[in-house]
Design a binder for this molecule. Structure first.
Ligand code: SF4
Ligand code: FES
Length: 251
């Protein structure tokens, strides 16, 4: 039998990037343990709209199935909440003890300015991706089927693991230096292990690292909190690969 849950919520409210933010307290009752964290926020917003005393809480989401990386929230001091390898949208309210207070905050990083409440601007990640550019191999017309190009299994697996980065930004938010090295290393590595990515290999890593620095992200000091909190389990091994790719780009 499912017992419904009650919580006190302390939610960060901030009109925009210029005004000061603050925690506002809300109470929510009779939450199903099977509802997701974002569904709980939906229910709260419905109540806020019906009461007409406050504006609904702004928060980001899209796929709600752990793919898009939009649902970026700090929950009780943990990026994406208390469960490992779980995005906020895949987190369920049964992960929280009945009656507790839950603090909900946006990512806090210079390069992710707050837009409103819990929404931050992560377009710095988009600009890093754009700086990496396209691959120049022909992908239409008379092309070789990608599946018949022999690639050693360990390489294709490494490329696949790197490509599971969803660009959520948790690695930046939990890093004391606000470094984006885990994200950039995943994006560089997913191409560097595949023959299609070889042609622009040097240019890609140089441009992405330069852009990362221009966007104001900090340096990596091997704290590895990014690896612990990454919802997709991206390993800091990829940061070593990024460093190797970067050094090789000057040779
Ligand atoms: S490396 Fe992990 S934490 Fe960082 S953006 Fe990618 S999925 Fe998110
Ligand atoms: S809403 Fe897409 S990953 Fe959470």
């Amino acid at each position: 039998m499912n017992h419904f849950l009650n919580f006190k919520l302390k939610i960060w409210r901030q009109k925009n990037n210029k005004e000061k933010g603050f925690f506002k307290t809300y109470k929510i009752q009779n939450v199903s343990p099977d509802s997701s964290f974002l569904e709980m926020l939906d229910i709260l917003n419905n109540q806020i709209i019906c009461n007409k005393k406050d504006t609904p809480i702004s928060f980001d989401h899209d796929c709600r199935e752990g793919i898009c990386g939009m649902c970026s929230l700090y929950i009780n001091g943990r990026a994406h909440g208390p469960e490992y390898l779980t995005t906020t949208c895949q987190l369920h309210m049964r992960s929280f003890r009945n009656g507790i207070t839950i603090y909900i905050e946006p990512w806090r990083a210079f390069s992710f300015p707050i837009i409103k409440d819990l929404i931050v601007d992560r377009s710095s990640f988009d600009r890093i991706m754009i700086s990496g550019g396209f691959i120049s191999v022909n992908t239409f017309g008379k092309t070789i089927d990608g599946n018949i190009i022999p690639i050693p299994k360990n390489q294709s697996e490494k490329a696949f693991d790197a490509s599971s980065c969803i660009g959520c930004g948790a690695c930046v938010a939990v890093c004391k230096n606000r470094s984006a090295m885990l994200f950039v290393s995943a994006k560089v590595s997913q191409f560097s292990f595949l023959p299609q990515g070889i042609v622009e290999r040097k240019k890609r890593v140089l441009n992405m690292v330069n852009r990362m620095e221009k966007e104001g992200f900090g340096s990596c000091t091997n704290t590895k909190s990014c690896e612990v909190e990454c919802p997709k389990g991206i390993s800091t091994e990829y940061i070593s690969i990024l460093n190797k790719e970067y050094i090789n780009s000057f040779i």
